[in-house]
Design a protein around this ligand. Sequence first.
Ligand code: NAP
Length: 299
Amino acid sequence: MLTGMQIAVIGGDARQLEIIRKLTELDARLSLIGFEQLDHAFTGAVKEKLDEVDFSTIDALILPVPGTNLEGQVETIFSNEKVILTEDMLIKTPEHCTIYSGISNAFLNEITTKSKRRLIQLFSRDDVAIYNSIPTVEGTIMMAIQHTDYTIHGSNVMVLGLGRCGMSTARAFHALGAKVKVGARKSEHLARITEMGVTPFHLSNLVKEVSDTDILINTIPHPVVSAAVISKLPANTLIIDIASKPGGTDFRYAEKRGIKALLAPSLPGIVAPKTAGLILADVLTQLLQDDLLNRKGKE
Ligand code: NAP
């Protein structure tokens, strides 16, 4: 149970609703910031404006998956209010207050470091990233179907990266009957790609490998799909870039060449917010319970 815990949930999309539901079931008291347009009410949760929050009482602060942008603004799907998290707010929290987000950036790293508050990035956990890759792949398949006039079965699909998303993506497209090639840079990844029954290639050969690609799926958060690569793609290739913003594709050059290139962020929140929210809610409740027990043990 989370009885006695005061938690601020700041912004987010439908995934956050599963988190709110689960935390209120466990008897936590919640301040919901950026949810005033949400019709649903949760027992034990109070909608507040950011300037109404008493940060000195907050034991944990939950941000949406992207955290903040580089100016500190938090995405709020259920509000028109501009919500900006500042270092001053964090300094007002008790020292034990932990900040939870999916991923982080330079701004969030800086304000948590300067205020000496612990930041936990849920997506840096393998378990969360692997579970989350399941709705991500379903979203990628949806986009491939929506933006092509041919079947995935039989098409040439290239996946860049063999991380948590790359592996799930390669497996799923292979299972759907696509001819899948996967590009990676580590020898153990190339070995794993071979073991999976798909075709490996080293990323240094990317320019030479792309000439027969129907669908190129990038999972690498680094500018790998460069102008040089795009110049060798067939004109009707579809690029789906799922890497975190700004993606790894030269979108300007793709547009210039008339190649359809889509940056596809937050797919789990779009195609399966309930599942994606439950993945986060499960791990968050575990971490919050551990945190509470830890503090009680020290008292
Ligand atoms: P991951 O497990 O860390 O995998 C990243 C992959 O990129 C690894 O194969 C890594 O290879 C490779 N890589 C990183 N930097 C590279 C570089 N400079 N050159 C070549 N390869 C490089 O991450 P993930 O969980 O699969 O997530 C992949 C991306 O998708 C992330 O940006 C994540 O935020 C994003 N994501 C998006 C969605 C969505 O809905 N769009 C959902 C989930 C995740 P090495 O091991 O060789 O470094």
